[in-house]
Design a protein around this ligand. Sequence first.
Ligand code: NI
Length: 172
Amino acid sequence: MAQLDILLAPDPRLKRRAEAVPQVDRNVRRLMDDMMTVMHDANGIGLAAPQVGVLKRVIVIDVSRPEDTPQPYRMANPELLWQSEDTLTGEEGCLSLPEQFGEVTRPNAIRVRYLDENGESRELEADGLLAKCIQHEMDHLEGTLFVDHLSSLKRNIILRRMAKTKRLAAAG
Ligand code: NI
């Protein structure tokens, strides 16, 4: 398996728009599988390809709790078809911003269309945590992080903290 490392913010590669995949071929399927492994290893519930340095429109999600049956989703080229008027505000974190959290308000329910791991076009209606997670991961494909939904004051506090953590880590 290819070794994928999760990029930590601030990183310019997390701010770029990802490109659609022309089709779900063997390489995309392998990317999905590798991302799912990396995400589960990091105890995450979602991961987007730009977070492992791949600028493709691919996300993986599993919001099931460890004691429950896994509910993995592998999505390529996800598109938002509909979003509810009613919103949900909840705390979000991100594997690219470890130990940082912020309250984000998003539509409570959505409908998305995507290509699954077999290249089949699928539609999914989701609400609550799953909807929130899909929206968070789709944001990554636009170069948007959850901190971009916070006030500039909160965003800057978190990004400065992250930059310091990275400097200390680099210094060993
Ligand atoms: Ni994230």
